[in-house]
Design a protein around this ligand. Structure first.
Ligand code: 16G
Ligand code: MG
Length: 545
């Protein structure tokens, strides 16, 4: 077939380095940008096949998120803006690793397994982040799409969540919104302005937020959005990419892991600040207090703020909808206690990785999901959205219920339900704080985080560690979980777990306890147990103090 001849010809321009093996991991392919040209071409091919199979538009995003500037990566977006299914992640790995001469056979294998009608038309949306390598890598994706006769639309520079949004808008025939960047700003900002218009006495101080753009795409997009906010939110943008290096000593991942402010940001005591990551799908908040102490409000605090707000509105609206919060093992124990015992909401724990949380959140009328690292959103079931809308339009309802229903309706509209979105989350958080007349200190004091520590351990093969119970317990190697259990018993309010990373060749260790000293000591002792029982390499882990 002519299509395959074209693939053969074009693939010669995007050759695979012989012997290179890469895997479609938790967040797609991600490695040094120099190794990715053939991967991009092939993901263009695969997205075209996925589009033919689903008879819908598929997205391809070129980004390596919070990784260093030298890296890059690629992720596929399914029709409703979700992550691609596990079977197709498998195909992505197969196609990526086929040697040059076996590429057509690998392609035909997928076509056969999925019974794809090759005469079906295909549409692929492509987006990229601000890395210099993203320019040619996204061209390679477009080459892949055209080699198989697919149509493509190049959105150029967009955040990851914006691309997810476009795909969802397109496949919902505009019901979710207009599939343009302008359409995205209009929808979100209109909802934000509606939400905050009744926030009484909101002073200029309260309307001000400092944003660390991680020197990435989020910074560009915040600038683009600003005029749509009609000065209802005053943003001071730092690390906007004009001088600094992407993700270098800044951004949400740096702030969360290092538990300190980004460089390049002017912070006045008590002022509300937030950081995006390199592709703007994560957000964390923070402030320094009058003693100069840094205080971080991570994804758990965000989930608590949002779920409290939604629960109060549901009560005021008299709507009987089930709300749940989905977390991972990394959620601070204090947040889980607060949500379960004080807030009385259902809490679920899933494995690390957005797709797991997203999937679990879909089980409820309203599913709030956040990873501690700041990635998260809220999902509303179709039934929940309909009930909210009915009430908002009901002329026989009383003022309190109506007001709550309208706030819920605008909350739905300010949220990007396809995936965690730093810009959308920021607008929602800012709206909630304005409506509640709440300062960041008041938000922070809802509960107090247990001190915690994350460490990594190098082992010869991290696959020897197998986990269960949403990664909270290790089932192999023998003796490791018993060792962790007996170490945890030594400390008050302690908890610890180990899991193989899905993005780096290391084992991750998490520990929390009543004091920072205990959390640090426990994390170190558990690291030693991993090193000794799971084949540690290099020198033994050293104590932190
Ligand atoms: C990826 C995941 C993120 C997860 C992280 C864990 C997506 C889009 N991103 O960045 O959710 O927290 O991996 O990394 O799923 P780790 O396995 O190396 O700890
Ligand atoms: Mg990211």
């Amino acid at each position: 077939m002519a299509q395959f001849q074209e693939v053969s010809k074009q693939s010669g321009l995007h050759p695979k380095p012989a012997g290179l093996v890469l895997q479609y991991g938790t967040a797609g392919f991600r490695t040094n940008a120099k190794l990715l040209d053939h991967i991009m071409f092939r993901m263009g091919l695969l997205a075209t096949l996925r589009s033919k199979k689903t008879k819908a538009t598929i997205g391809v995003m070129v980004t390596a998120s919070h990784n260093p500037e030298e890296d890059n990566g690629v992720k596929l977006v399914d029709p409703m803006g979700e992550m691609v299914t596990p079977t197709w992640e498998g195909y992505a790995t197969q196609l990526a690793n086929a040697e040059q001469e076996d590429l057509l056979a690998a392609l035909k294998d997928i076509i056969e397994k999925e019974a794809i009608n090759m005469s079906q038309e295909a549409n692929v949306f492509v987006g990229k982040d601000t890395r210099s390598s993203s320019v040619s890598l996204s061209e390679a994706v477009l080459d892949g799409v055209s080699a198989l006769g697919g149509q493509s639309k190049d959105y150029g520079l967009v955040t990851t969540p914006q691309l997810h949004y476009m795909v969802c808008c397109q496949n919902s025939q505009g019901k979710y919104g207009e599939a343009t960047v302008e359409g995205y700003y209009k929808k979100l900002c209109k909802a934000f302005i509606q939400l905050t218009k009744n926030a009484s006495n909101c002073t200029d101080d309260q309307k001000h937020l400092s944003v660390d753009g991680a020197n990435g795409i989020g910074a560009l997009k915040v600038r683009e959005m600003e005029s749509h906010l009609k000065r209802e939110l005053h943003l001071s943008l730092f690390n906007d990419g004009s001088t600094g290096k992407l993700n270098h000593q800044c951004g949400a991942d740096f702030v969360k892991v290092q538990q300190k402010p980004p460089t390049g940001m002017q912070m006045n005591s008590g002022e509300r600040c937030c950081s995006f990551d390199g592709d703007a799908d994560r957000i964390v908040y923070y402030y320094t207090d009058s003693e100069g102490q840094f205080n971080l409000l991570d994804g758990d605090k965000v989930a608590t703020l949002i779920s409290t707000f939604l629960k109060e509105l549901l009560t005021q609206a008299g709507l009987d909808l089930e709300i749940a919060v989905v977390q991972t093992a990394y959620a601070n124990g204090s947040s889980t206690h607060y949500l379960e015992d004080t807030m009385k909401v259902i809490v679920r724990c899933t494995k690390t990785g957005v797709k797991h949380l997203h999937h679990a959140a879909k089980e409820f009328d309203i599913g709030v999901y956040f990873e501690a690292n700041g990635h998260g959103t809220v999902l509303f079931s179709k039934a929940a959205e309909e009930k909210i809308q009915q009430l908002a339009e009901d002329s026989n309802t009383n003022d309190e219920r109506k007001r709550a229903a309208l706030l819920l309706q605008n909350t739905v509209n300010v949220i990007n339900q396809t995936v965690g979105d730093a810009i959308s989350d920021m607008l929602l958080i800012e709206a909630i704080l304005a409506i509640k007349g709440m300062t960041i200190q008041q938000w922070d004091s809802i509960y107090k985080d247990l001190p915690n520590r994350q460490l990594k351990v190098k082992v010869s093969d991290r696959r020897v560690i197998d986990t269960t119970d949403a990664e909270r317990r290790a089932v192999s190697p023998t003796g490791l979980q018993e060792a962790v259990d007996s170490l945890v018993k030594k400390y008050s309010q302690a908890r610890s777990f180990v899991r193989p990373s899905g993005t780096e060749d290391v084992v991750r260790v998490y520990a929390e306890a009543e004091t920072q000293e205990s959390a640090d000591a426990l994390a170190h002792e558990v690291s030693l147990a991993v090193y000794r029982l799971a084949g540690g390499v290099g020198g033994e882990p050293k104590p932190l103090h």
